[in-house]
Ligand binder design. Structure first.
Ligand code: UDP
Length: 494
């Protein structure tokens, strides 16, 4: 019923400490841990969620667990299972409802299934717990389990909700009402943004932001020769000279003029590492705002093409507008066949892309990134973000938006929408720019050009962005926040 997952992270805290630009963050974490860890000694911290693989939570937990262990804590990871298939479809519906979609159908039958699966998992976990242990329960699926065990044992319990949307609708209320009976006994709850907290938890929540790992394949520094290697290995660029590393098993594919996908290298080269590039990397989700970004970029190019000679501010800017290109990248559609909305979004982009003029088609690259190897996918995302002059995250809705964090860490200026998660990260015109008119094509065209026009402005935003991530959104800050929260809970501090 319940699975215990071993964590084998290869990069340990001491490895981070040896990296010059991380050593200060690591020593600050160690110093904080020195004060907080003693209250947690002798206890086991239990991370409890519903999947060991796939999804942001499963991706983030191993690093969090391994760093806490390096700081002297005993942390274990338990994944709940279900003997009734209906459990995961009903918890998926709770997830959707919290995001203001899904069906309003949570009734007594659903509660029975939800509680019976949680009861069985609670019974399976119980013999492993000892008094004083701390349960950190992630997301709605196992929420009732913490509530049950807290009533039966002398333990502590914290609920971490990774999801949410800034909305108060019939749907969101329906989901939160369903979960309300399981909230009382938790001593603390943790959310990503204040806007996501339901009314009944307003007296009992903290904010802990998601965070990135600066040394994983998605974020680690890449030497120019390494970047060239990845571009060639993934077939994003032609190898004009021999490169050391072998071709990736699966090439990056690019949408062709007829809307089909073919290896990116078969068509005109994109010009990564040569041209100014504007990039958005996301899942193919309508809420990610790919289409208005494409239209805004096309509009910017059209206007520039028609601008009279006398109206250009400088030759440099004219040339910039002439050669700048847009990259829209997401997972290979073949890998998301179970996501009909994703396929639809690719189809919508295809309809617009195939109707563009040939020069615009050349200036816009819609890329399907291979998903077979997580490492290769991460390296490709890394290189695309690093090869960009501007990274955009044009989401209509965004829980947090790690793609923005990743780009900011790489010292890139980011143009983000005003979705809640992105506003948690970006102060407008300080460490990025906020676009308040996500679906307004003219506004997007103006804002793209205005950011591209000033390299000094971009450099200032980019430097501030990196500093912001260093201080707030690296995994060390996240670990420190967790230590603080757990210490406060075991000592009964609010
Ligand atoms: N991502 C990726 N490959 C892709 C598209 C996205 O690795 O083809 C990654 C992206 O780099 C980021 C994550 O998926 O780390 C998306 O997280 P985010 O918080 O931006 O949005 P979500 O997908 O969770 O809504």
């Amino acid at each position: 019923m319940i699975d215990f997952v071993e964590v084998n992270e290869s990069i340990r805290l001491e490895d981070y400490g040896k990296v010059t630009f991380l050593s200060k963050a690591v020593s600050e974490l160690k110093e904080k841990a020195g004060a907080l860890v003693p209250s947690l000694k002798g206890r086991t911290i239990w991370m409890i969620n519903s999947t060991a693989q796939g999804g942001g939570v499963a991706e983030m937990l191993p690093k969090l667990i391994s760093l806490c262990c390096d700081l002297g804590l005993d942390v274990r990871w338990a994944v709940i299972g279900a003997d009734q298939k209906a459990f995961f479809s009903l918890t998926k519906n709770i997830h959707n409802l919290i995001h203001d979609s899904g069906k309003i159908n949570l009734g007594e039958k659903e509660r029975e299934i939800y509680e019976s699966v949680n009861r069985k998992n609670a019974d399976a976990l119980k013999p492993h717990l000892k008094p004083g242990d701390v349960l950190v329960v992630h997301d709605p699926q196992p929420m009732a389990l913490g509530h049950m065990l807290k009533a039966e044992m002398d333990i502590h319990a914290i609920w971490r909700c990774h999801i949410g949307v800034a909305a108060d609708t019939d749907r969101t209320r329906h989901a939160w009402e369903f979960l309300a009976p399981y909230a009382d006994r938790y001593e603390q709850t943790v959310f990503t943004a204040t806007e996501y907290v339901p009314g009944y938890l307003h007296e009992k929540f903290r904010i802990i932001h998601p965070a990135i790992d600066p040394l994983n394949h998605k974020n680690r520094d890449l030497e120019p020769v390494k970047m060239t290697g990845i571009l060639c290995n993934s077939r994003l660029a032609k190898a004009h000279q021999p490169v050391l590393t072998p071709l990736f098993d699966h090439p990056v594919q690019r949408m062709d003029t007829d809307g089909s996908f073919a290896p990116a290298i078969n068509s005109h080269e994109i010009g990564l590492m040569y041209r100014p590039i504007v990039t958005q990397v996301s899942r193919w989700d309508r809420l990610k705002g790919f289409l208005p970004l494409l239209q805004g970029f096309a509009e910017m190019k059209r206007r520039a093409g028609e601008r009279p000679e006398s109206e250009w501010e400088s030759d440099r800017h004219k040339r910039r507008m002439d050669i700048v290109r847009l990259v829209l990248a997401g997972p290979d559609p073949d890998s998301i066949q179970d996501d009909p909305e994703g396929i639809e979004v690719v189809e919508e982009l295809k309809d617009v892309y195939t109707s563009l003029s040939e020069p615009l088609q050349r200036d816009i690259a819609i890329l399907a990134l291979p998903m077979a190897s997580r490492k290769e996918n991460a390296l490709i995302v890394n290189v695309l973000q690093r090869a960009s002059s501007l990274v955009v995250q044009n989401s209509l809705q965004e829980g947090f938006g790690l793609t923005a964090t990743e780009a900011m860490w790489k010292r890139k200026p980011v143009l983000a929408s005003d979705a809640t998660g992105l506003r948690e990260q970006i102060d407008d015109d300080v460490d990025g720019c906020i676009n308040h008119h996500v679906e307004d094509v003219d506004g997007m065209a103006d804002q793209l050009e205005s950011i591209l026009q000033s390299p000094l402005h971009r450099e200032r935003l980019a430097k501030n962005a990196q500093r912001k991530v260093y201080g707030k959104f690296l995994v060390f800050t996240q670990v420190a926040a967790w230590l603080q929260t757990m210490r406060d809970v075991v000592e009964g501090r609010s």
